[in-house]
Design a protein around this ligand. Sequence first.
Ligand SMILES: [Fe+2]
Ligand SMILES: [Fe+2]
Length: 349
Amino acid sequence: MTLSLSTEATAVAIAPRGPLSAELLDVLADRRPERAENLPQLARDAVLVEDPITDDDVQLSLFLLYSVAYGSLPQFGAHWEWDVSLLATRAVLERAFEDAVRAAVPLPEAPQPTREDVAAALFALAAPQPGPSLSHFVSRKADVDQARELLMQRSIYTLREADAHSWAIPRLTGRAKAALIEIQADEYGGGRVERMHQVMFADAMRGAGLDDTYGAYVDVVPAITFASFNLMTMFALNRRLQGAVVGHLAAFEMTSSLPSRAIAEGLRRLGFGDDVAAYYDEHVEADAVHEQIAARDLAGSQAEDAPELLDDILFGAAACLTVDGWASEHILHAWEAGRSSLRDERQSA
Ligand SMILES: [Fe+2]
Ligand SMILES: [Fe+2]
C-alpha cells in the first residue's frame, strides 16, 4: 500500500463505502444538496445489514454526520449541522447501532449504587485480561510500519481526544460534573496548548512522518475504528445516554495507563524520539490519576446521586471495553497474520 504522507493542511477527499455514504458525501459537499431528503430512507435500508457495528457504509456515514457537529472536516459546511434530514438520518443510524451494541455487550452484575461499590465493579470489569494484547505486541514485536499504522488508526479519535466526552458536561450536575471537568482540564492541557493531549498526539504523528490533518487516514481505517469513535460520540450527544457516557469515560480512563507504558516502550525500542513517545508517556501518569477520579468521583458519584443511571453506567463501560477491544483485536489479528490492519485503498472506490 502506498500512503500519502503530505503534511499540507488540505481538505481530505473521502471515498464512499456504499449507497448511503455516497449520497451523503454528495450532500455534505453541496454537490447535490437537494438529495438530503432521500437520506433517511437510504439509512433505513443501510441498517438492514447483519452487523451495523462492522458495516462500512453505516459506520462511515455516522462518522461523517458526527464530523458536521464536531466541525472536524471543514469541507462540510456548518449549515448542515441542524438540517432535519441529516438529523433524521443520524437518528436511524444511532438506533440501529445502539441496539446492536446493547445486544452484543455482556453486562456485569449490578453493584449497590454507592460510590465505592460502583468503583469496585468498574475496576473489576476493566481489569487487564490475560492473553495477547495489542499494546504488548507494540512493546515487543511491532515494526516501524506497524507502529505508524497504530497512530493512523488511533488518529480518528485521538486528534480530537476528549472532545466527545466534553459534550456531556452540561448534562451533568454536582460531583459528577466537577469530576468530569477535573479530568477534561488535564486532557486539554490545563491552559497550555502544547500539553493538550490532542496536540501532543498531532506532534507524535508528525514525528513519525505522518500527516496530522484530521481525516487524512479516513479512507484506510476499517469500520470498527469508526465504531469506537462513533460509540463515544453517540453516548455524549444523546442526553438519554447520560449514564452510558459516564461509564464509557470511566472504562476508557481505567484501561489507558498500562497500555500507554507498553506503547511508549515499543516506540522507543523502534528508535522513535520523545516527540513521538511523549503522548504515551503523559498517559502513564495522567491516567493513573484519571482512572481514580473517573471510577469514584465521576461514575461512583453519578450512580449514588442518580441510581436510575446505574444500569447505563455499566452498559457504557462494558460497551467501551467490548467495542474498543474489537478495534484492537482487528489490528492485532491482522499483524499476527502478517497483514496490514488498514483497508486496501482500492476497496474504497
Ligand atoms: Fe488523554
Ligand atoms: Fe485521561
